[in-house]
Ligand binder design. Structure first.
Ligand code: ADP
Ligand code: MG
Length: 253
């Protein structure tokens, strides 16, 4: 399989009022093309820091990040980012929101690509509406299309669904998962929700308490056809994985 992301020996020290704070220590892992990997770990262990470093938004203290073999040094088009808030601009229509990234990059010719995504994922009829006229789930889908418009090689999701209520969250993760699989996107998902991590991933990476180090990497394997985040929740293996990860996290809390 083709390797798309390589994280090598990353550590991160912040300077704050009290002095130095070691947030991450000696992080090493790789992600293959098309793979979905989740990162779980106690609050404050450095998950968001790690994603920001991979995206080239935050300086690292040691180590390197490679995407498709190319060293990440600063912000890169190869990375898409989804956060807890969908960051849609309320005064722009859905089409104009999803075109936003392309406008900044001066690549308006990709409008057809965006329109096709809107059609494919049932948002085209809403293209002239404003974000406030859409449901939470549809807003997230629009935010995803805006991110996909720049054709990222890897999508980073930082607690992207945690602001949604439980019911909506289940539906939205299922929706987003299927879109990402269909588009062949590679995803790195930070979540504090063990079930979400298991339901969405091929592997789950467990970080220790700060300074975050990799404690363990679990392969998640449901041998069912047309796997979705909803249907794997019914599998006997699901609770087995849940218990293993739960115990591993509890040690640190
Ligand atoms: P997580 O996302 O796992 O909750 P973060 O990556 O946000 O953790 O933070 C890891 C640690 O680094 C925390 O102790 C946090 O307070 C600290 N931290 C994060 N950003 C900064 C910053 N800009 N300056 C100083 N300390 C920071
Ligand atoms: Mg965080």
């Amino acid at each position: 399989m083709e390797k798309i992301l390589e994280v090598k020996n990353i550590s991160k020290k912040y300077q704050n009022k009290e002095g130095e704070l070691l947030a991450l220590e000696n992080i090493n892992f790789r992600i293959q093309k098309g793979e979905f990997v989740s990162i779980i770990g106690p609050s404050g262990c450095g998950k968001s820091t790690l994603l920001s470093i991979i995206a080239g938004l935050e300086e690292k203290t040691t180590g390197e990040v490679y995407i498709e073999g190319e060293k990440v040094e600063g912000i890169t088009d190869k990375v898409g980012y989804m956060l807890q808030t969908d960051c849609l601009l309320e005064w722009r229509s859905i089409l104009s929101n999803t075109m936003f990234g392309l406008e900044i990059k001066g690549k308006k010719e990709d409008k057809i690509y965006v329109e096709n995504l809107l059609k494919k994922y049932n948002l085209y009829d809403f293209k002239d509406k404003y974000p406030s006229e859409l449901s939470g789930g549809m807003r997230q889908r629009a935010a995803l299309i805006r991110t996909l418009a720049i054709k990222p090689k890897i999508l980073l999701l930082d607690e992207a669904f945690s602001a949604l209520d439980y019911q909506t969250r289940i539906m939205v993760t299922n929706d987003i998962y299927q879109i990402l699989r269909k588009e062949g996107i590679t995803a790195l998902i930070v979540t504090h929700d063990i079930s979400e991590a298991i339901s969405m991933s091929d592997r789950v990476l467990v970080l220790s308490q700060r300074p975050g180090t990799i404690k363990d990497i679990h392969k998640i394997d449901f041998d069912i056809e047309n796997r979705t985040p909803i249907n794997v929740r019914e599998e006997p293996k699901f609770s087995k994985y849940f218990n293993t990860l739960w115990k591993e996290l509890k040690v640190d809390e």
